[in-house]
Design a protein around this ligand. Structure first.
Ligand SMILES: CC(C)(COP(=O)(O)OP(=O)(O)OC[C@H]1O[C@@H](n2cnc3c(N)ncnc32)[C@H](O)[C@@H]1OP(=O)(O)O)[C@@H](O)C(=O)NCCC(=O)NCCS
Length: 177
């Protein structure tokens, strides 16, 4: 199957909302918000999010479009507000029928988001957070080069569970640690 992977465009807020709501319904513990909270957001919020994801110099969302025009995946790149010089990969999702190493879509989306952070920002570090129980996502991130940082933070939706912070050591190979 062939996919077009590209940054979203400012007016594509309806498609962004549909894919995010699909992601939250598919994987309710994988992200930091609930399907109900996301579904309750006003259109203006989605419009602002699409505008920012399309045009901001520091925050971008990339989407995968299948041959039939349907959006079937996404990945974003954004600064970690509380950690200087650090960006994170966020909102990674692939529609179930398009998952798997053979399709390679998740790796392609995350690769584009990493390259954008590296090529268009001066961030020194790249991380991401993954729920400790999300074994498939953890296996995927480790396969593409993310490694343990030893850090965890409480899950926003259930503070009894942790989000594991992984780092991408290949982000700036020359950055001294
Ligand atoms: C996370 C996600 C984007 C990864 O994309 P994907 O296409 O499923 O990834 P891949 O199939 O290439 O890789 C998944 C790996 O997990 C393995 N895996 C599958 N189910 C697993 C499980 N229950 N436990 C452990 N590993 C598992 C697969 O075998 C594969 O590893 P391999 O290629 O070494 O065999 C996708 O699964 C997804 O959208 N999940 C729902 C949303 C989500 O969790 N997003 C991440 C938020 S941090």
């Amino acid at each position: 199957m062939t996919y077009a992977v590209r940054r979203i465009e400012p007016g594509e807020w309806r498609q962004l909302r549909a894919l995010r709501l699909e992601a939250l319904q598919d994987s309710p513990t994988a992200f930091g918000t609930t399907p109900a909270d996301a579904a309750a957001l006003a259109d203006e919020i989605w419009q602002q999010q699409a505008e920012q994801a399309a045009s901001s110099p520091t925050t971008a969302t990339f989407i995968a479009v299948a041959a039939d025009g349907r959006w079937v995946g996404m990945a974003g790149s954004a600064p970690v507000e509380v950690v200087p010089s650090t960006f994170c990969i966020q909102g990674v999702y692939v529609t179930p029928a398009h998952r798997g190493r053979a399709a390679g879509l998740a790796a392609r989306l995350v690769g584009v988001a990493i390259a954008w952070a590296r090529d268009t920002t001066d961030a020194s570090w790249l991380t991401l957070g993954v729920h400790e129980d999300n074994e498939r996502a953890q296996a995927f991130y480790r396969r593409i080069g993310f490694t343990e940082t030893g850090k965890v933070v409480p899950c926003r939706l259930n503070p009894a569970r942790n989000i594991t912070i992984l780092g991408y050591e290949k982000f700036r190979p020359t950055t001294a640690r």
